[in-house]
Design a protein around this ligand. Sequence first.
Ligand SMILES: Cc1cc2nc3c(=O)[nH]c(=O)nc-3n(C[C@H](O)[C@H](O)[C@H](O)COP(=O)(O)OP(=O)(O)OC[C@H]3O[C@@H](n4cnc5c(N)ncnc54)[C@H](O)[C@@H]3O)c2cc1C
Ligand SMILES: NC(=O)c1ccc[n+]([C@@H]2O[C@H](COP(=O)([O-])OP(=O)(O)OC[C@H]3O[C@@H](n4cnc5c(N)ncnc54)[C@H](O)[C@@H]3O)[C@@H](O)[C@H]2O)c1
Ligand SMILES: O=C1O[C@H]([C@@H](O)CO)C(O)=C1O
Length: 493
Amino acid sequence: MASAAAAAQCFSSYSTSPATWALQQRGSGAARVFQLSSRRSFSVSAAADGFDNQNREYVIVGGGNAAGYAARTFVDHGMADGRLCIVSKEPVPPYERPALTKGYLFPPEKKPARLPGFHTCVGSGGQRQTAEWYKENGIEVLYEDPVVAFDGKTQTLKTSSGKILKYGSLIISTGCEASRLPEKIGGKLPGVHYIRDVADADSLVSSLGSAKKVLVIGGGYIGMEVAAAACGWNLDTTIIFPEDHIMPRLFTPSLAKKYEDLYQQNGVKFIKGALIDKLEAGSDGRVSSAVLKDGSVVEADTVIVGIGAKPVVGPFEAVGVNPKVGGIEVDSLFRTSVPGIFAIGDVAAFPLKMYNRIARVEHVDHARKSAHHCVETLLTSQTKAYDYLPYFYSRVFEYEGSSRKIWWQFYGDNVGETVEVGNFDPNIATFWIDSDSRLKGVFLESGTSEEFSLLPQLAKSQPIVDKSKLQAATSVEDALEIARSSLQAGASV
Ligand SMILES: Cc1cc2nc3c(=O)[nH]c(=O)nc-3n(C[C@H](O)[C@H](O)[C@H](O)COP(=O)(O)OP(=O)(O)OC[C@H]3O[C@@H](n4cnc5c(N)ncnc54)[C@H](O)[C@@H]3O)c2cc1C
Ligand SMILES: NC(=O)c1ccc[n+]([C@@H]2O[C@H](COP(=O)([O-])OP(=O)(O)OC[C@H]3O[C@@H](n4cnc5c(N)ncnc54)[C@H](O)[C@@H]3O)[C@@H](O)[C@H]2O)c1
Ligand SMILES: O=C1O[C@H]([C@@H](O)CO)C(O)=C1O
């Protein structure tokens, strides 16, 4: 990790001298001084309108999924009003990003999701925090004004519009950005889409409206979700990726095959083990085809690129970037190496306690839980280490009239040998078992809510399971029952 001293050096992106940034408290109210274990001593002058001063007690940089859940925890503790500021790059308050490749992409006649419908925290059954909610709770949100520079020594941020904000405590929740294809190979042509935010999704929806041939590049989450969405629009859809099966980081080849078969039944074509050489434009300047490395050509008027994401660490590099997994390194309480600075969500490289490794998790469940845990630490005397159980899920073909709705969940770690049961008849389960016969990870397609609720218990307890019994199971129901009984046998870690 970088030292606090290194963080203090990071005035580099400011163009004027540090003295110019000397901050004055303009507020008229009485100054308050705070000093808590995880916060730095900081004085705040409360201005008449609450937002008039340059000093902010708590600043969250990034107005995404994690920020929305963090704001809720501040409100729950009565610590938001006049004290919390969210600095956002986007023009709208935090929303549940997963919706962008699910309900948002339903065809127009199938009631697509639109804001303000899916602002946080509706994705986990919480309140819908609209722009009014932030106002009513006295939370200042700076929209479309990203932080462009940071100075750890003077505890200041500079935004793109030139605002200087002094913070008491800072939470970095800048998330990830989509990896892109280089411009020189056509990565920026009109008709080539990336999906990270609502503006990206709007642009894709407008392309889908007149699309005929869709090419999806990448066989991960975005690839699977967007290819399924394109089927809902009855579009000729091809998905291309370099590996030999979809979802290579999580699915076994056999599990992937079951999904690929299902997609093929829905008309999706697969090109596997292939890389793009370049995307080419037609006479109208829009993308018209992809040339593959083997020289073959795939025609497409709409291309969606889902080739992974990168943590957004700038301008906070000096706080300490983890060299292995990227992202801002934090401890089990989301504290960075610089006192008073925290990082949460996709951008945080945190100790994944149960597997004893440093990880970044690019999924919404962690965004929500890390936000809550961090703010609890900041506002209370909590010192409980974050002990996260990885949870991933996806939902596709959900639109009304689809022949089969798909919803899978995975908990735990996908290590060891696997036992797979079922083939959409009506469901599928995969169990990952290590060399000590411990159940490490579990995947379930189309479970009942009762069945789904068993998965985290299994992945957390890691019971010893009888692999041959699981292999002999005649249905997913049976297999889950076998796993449940090993849990009850008490042979867990
Ligand atoms: C299309 C899509 C679908 C997804 N679907 C699922 C799913 O089904 N299930 C699941 O578990 N996960 C899903 N994810 C992942 C999940 O959305 C993320 O893990 C989650 O959004 C992370 O929250 P975050 O707050 O860390 O980052 P984000 O939600 O990305 O928020 C980061 C915010 O910070 C802003 N920002 C960046 N830099 C600055 C700056 N300098 N100043 C100010 N603001 C800045 C960004 O514009 C953004 O608004 C999906 C992701 C995408 C892109
Ligand atoms: N259900 C979910 O959890 C969900 C849904 C959508 C997005 N997301 C998140 O959004 C982010 C982006 O998703 P994603 O699907 O792009 O990432 P991903 O990492 O899931 O998949 C990337 C895929 O891109 C392919 N790929 C990599 N390099 C390539 C290249 N040069 N050319 C062609 N293909 C290449 C590979 O097939 C790889 O599987 C991730 O953080 C992801 O977790 C999550
Ligand atoms: O977690 C999620 O939140 C959104 C949506 O439920 C919000 O309404 C979505 O599609 C998820 O998968």
